[in-house]
Write a protein that binds this ligand. Sequence first.
Ligand SMILES: Nc1ncnc2c1ncn2[C@@H]1O[C@H](COP(=O)(O)OP(=O)(O)OP(=O)(O)O)[C@@H](O)[C@H]1O
Ligand SMILES: [Mg+2]
Length: 244
Amino acid sequence: MIKVENVTKQFPDKLALDDVSLEFPKNQTTAIVGPSGSGKSTLLRSLNLLERPTSGKMSIDDLNVDFQKEISNSQVLKIRKRFGMVFQEKALFTHLNVLHNLMEGPVKVKGVSKEAASKQANDLLAQFNMTELADRYPYQLSGGQQQRVAILRALAMEPEYLLLDEPTSALDPELEAQVLRVLRDLAEQNTSMIVVTHNMDFARKVASRVAFIDNGKVAYQGDTNGFFESKEDRIQKFLGAMTF
Ligand SMILES: Nc1ncnc2c1ncn2[C@@H]1O[C@H](COP(=O)(O)OP(=O)(O)OP(=O)(O)O)[C@@H](O)[C@H]1O
Ligand SMILES: [Mg+2]
């Protein structure tokens, strides 16, 4: 379980996170939703310390961080190891084929043998019906395929938590559906996932919890049905603005 307590992030001219307290349980999928500029990416990036909050505390299972104190490099590494991250823009290694993209992290960072990494990569590809892509290079893949490989590459590191920041926003609807199906399968396997998404249909169907961030504040956190059935003005307004 990840616990965020009273976290604040002050950029020079913008309070991006304003006293945010949130919990992300293990083995569940939490959707982070909210208007553009509300602080969703800042929050997600704070979890793996790509962003340093100004104040507040965080615990990731047994690891504790106080943002007002110095965080040692070894602590940063320990925390980063718990997370896999998938960004909006696909970012595969262009000079490596799909199989080697999946092997790179385990071999170079974790010291897994090439044999074991190759077996694991092939297993992952088989599990998601992507075996035929193994020998292709990123430029030979569609956007949706690239993004699915990016998700498998994060999974190959066997992270405790998978962070995804609008993983489908650069994709056409059809390609988006391919990627969302992979995430749905992962959710069904009880993967611990935190997904920033503007796709309310996906949030409703796949996430078990929703965190609604509005202007740097937590405006809702709790189960998914409670969010979509909420009569609260701010939530209704947001959901209304997301449909036409
Ligand atoms: N590095 C930065 N320096 C200054 N301001 C920043 C920085 N990063 C983000 N901000 C500001 O902090 C606020 C929150 O940004 P953030 O990217 O977290 O929003 P978001 O909810 O992810 O938005 P979107 O849905 O458009 O991706 C915005 O007002 C943004 O302009
Ligand atoms: Mg964002």
